[in-house]
Write a protein that binds this ligand. Structure first.
Ligand code: RIB
Ligand code: CA
Length: 326
């Protein structure tokens, strides 16, 4: 029995498996967020109810405008709701070094075709959870400030969220500090609250996303299609490539796209079920997801942690979705 079956998340055992999964994408676009958004909006397995933005890679104005532009490029229109301008207690850590000043590799995106939704992110998440109790997945691919905030504001909300699919954390090493991954480090107090919420969590951390690499050859294949969205993705990844080459990677780590691919088809990952908590105090370990791999804490597992991946299957799915746009 896979870990998925054990929690009744096995698609075959899940009555909602024939219907589209209802999701909200909570994100900080962000080059890899951008590809994840394009994938989600192209998938016939997902009903993207809306996007909520959170300051992370770049500031809230940039991430919100980027989200509007990216959705506009697909020809669709869905609610894009502005969220937190920064973390609860720490100062906002910027990701411009990796994602460029505008957050998308300093590539110019098309002017948004529609306005942001007037509802704040927390209002939108609560409204969707109330409208679809037990059916809503939150795909969290940025800092967790919005999600922790809405859970703190509405005590019964956690029970209405089916699961949180997050790109974040690592059982192993970090990428912002030796201990911490960016999304968790950016707001460790919010992350700690989310892991304590009781909501089923699927954690796609650096243990797998640092191996969810796209090669230059695979990027060249995307560009060779000559289609607007795959070519734009390659333009944005170009900036990303410089950073990953500078740290010795043999390809570009597609963190958020891998988490989104697994929201579509979780068979792309192998999971372990572990107790996970977040360090918020340590001078050297602040933002570390502490994963109890050997069960030594005696605490009940609260997270499915992805520990292996089908890279080729991921790249094939992502390419199919990105090239499905005309
Ligand atoms: O550590 C990777 C994560 O941090 C990704 O979500 C990327 O977009 C950045 O936000
Ligand atoms: Ca992100």
């Amino acid at each position: 029995m896979t870990a998925a079956n054990a929690r009744g998340l096995d698609p075959a055992a899940d009555p909602a498996s024939s219907a589209k999964r209802k999701i909200i994408i909570d994100c900080d676009p962000g080059i890899d967020d951008a590809l994840a958004i394009f994938m989600a909006l192209a998938s016939d397995k997902l009903d993207v109810l809306g996007i909520t933005t959170v300051a992370g890679n770049v500031n809230i104005d940039h991430v919100t405008r980027n989200a509007l532009s990216l959705v506009s490029m697909t020809g669709k229109q869905i609610p894009v709701c502005r969220g937190a301008t920064g973390p609860f207690l720490s100062t906002r850590k910027d990701g411009a070094r990796v994602h460029g000043e505008n957050g998308v590799g300093d590539v110019t995106l098309q002017v948004p075709a529609f306005e942001e939704d007037p509802r704040p992110a927390t209002v939108f998440i609560r409204e969707m959870a109330d409208a679809h109790p037990g059916e809503l997945d939150l795909v969290a691919i940025g800092p967790l400030t919005n999600i922790a905030a809405v859970l703190a504001m509405h005590s019964g909300l956690a029970k209405k969220i089916r699961r949180i699919i997050m790109m974040g954390g690592a059982a192993g090493f970090g990428n912002v500090t030796p201990a911490a991954e960016f999304n968790i480090y950016a707001d460790p107090h919010a992350a700690a609250a989310v892991f304590q919420s009781g909501i089923p969590i699927d954690m796609y951390g650096l243990d797998v996303t640092n191996r969810a690499l796209i090669t230059k050859e695979e990027m060249a294949d995307l560009r060779a299609t000559g289609k607007a969205i795959p070519v734009l993705c390659c333009d944005m990844l170009g900036t990303y490539a410089d950073f990953y080459e500078s740290i010795g990677f043999s390809g570009l780590a597609l963190h958020d796209p891998f988490a989104m691919a697994c929201a579509i088809d979780e068979s792309l990952a192998v999971f372990g079920e572990y107790f996970v908590a977040v360090e918020t105090q340590g001078e050297l370990t602040r933002g570390k997801t502490v994963v109890d791999t050997f069960g030594v804490s005696g605490k009940k597992p609260n997270t499915r942690v992805a520990i292996d991946l089908d890279r080729e299957g991921f790249i094939a799915m992502m390419s199919d979705l990105l090239t499905s746009y005309e």
